[in-house]
Design a protein around this ligand. Structure first.
Ligand SMILES: [Zn+2]
Ligand SMILES: [Zn+2]
Length: 188
């Protein structure tokens, strides 16, 4: 008789998340407490829009990603979106080197989906523009799925994955990323 082999499953390489903590990217402290969220219907995907350097995805340029994240936090907290936010508006931010930067994190109300739409979905930003770097590479898509899975595991995010433009008038997250969302937001 042959014993049944019990195989342990290990996380596959593509399921490993590279989290950049707030301390690691040099985040400023929030100016007030977050409004807490028990759970959401899912996640909405965003892009930065505007000009993102075409060479950002090159391996040597990952330092630029943290610069961009700090710049977005600075802009949000300075009132660049119309009011001074207490912190960067996104729950997580993903870069084309497959790193995920901690924003507000799980169980916190984002400020990115549009008025009245923030309690329904977490907000995850891709460092991707409407000029320069406009096409998501595989590492960015992996990072986005890493972020979605993280929010499901740690933030009770539901199964929905949508784009910012779903239910709100905006080009965000851009056509290439939105096509990926509509196709099921799967790993490449
Ligand atoms: Zn957006
Ligand atoms: Zn990067």
């Amino acid at each position: 008789m042959v014993d049944m082999l019990v195989t342990r499953t290990f996380p596959r390489e593509e399921e490993r998340m590279n989290l950049v903590t707030r301390a690691e990217w040099g985040a400023k402290k929030p100016t007030a407490s977050y409004t807490s969220l028990r759970a959401t219907k899912g996640v909405k995907i965003h892009y930065t829009g505007g000009a993102v350097p075409a060479g950002l995805a090159e391996p040597a340029n990952h330092d630029r990603c943290a610069d961009l994240v700090r710049g977005i936090q600075r802009m949000h907290m300075a009132g660049g979106r119309g009011e001074r936010y207490i912190d960067i508006g996104y729950n997580l931010v993903c870069c084309p080197h497959r790193y995920t930067f901690a924003g507000r994190g799980p169980h916190a109300l984002p400020a990115a989906n549009g008025a009245g739409l923030n309690a329904g979905h977490y907000a995850v930003l891709a460092l991707l523009g409407s000029s320069g770097l406009t096409e998501p590479n595989d590492d960015l898509l992996h990072a986005l799925v890493d972020a979605i899975e993280y929010l499901r595991e740690h933030g009770a995010a539901g199964p929905e994955v949508k784009g910012h433009r779903d239910g709100y008038s905006t080009s965000c997250p851009g056509d290439p990323l939105y096509r990926w969302v509509k196709a099921g937001a799967e790993r490449p």
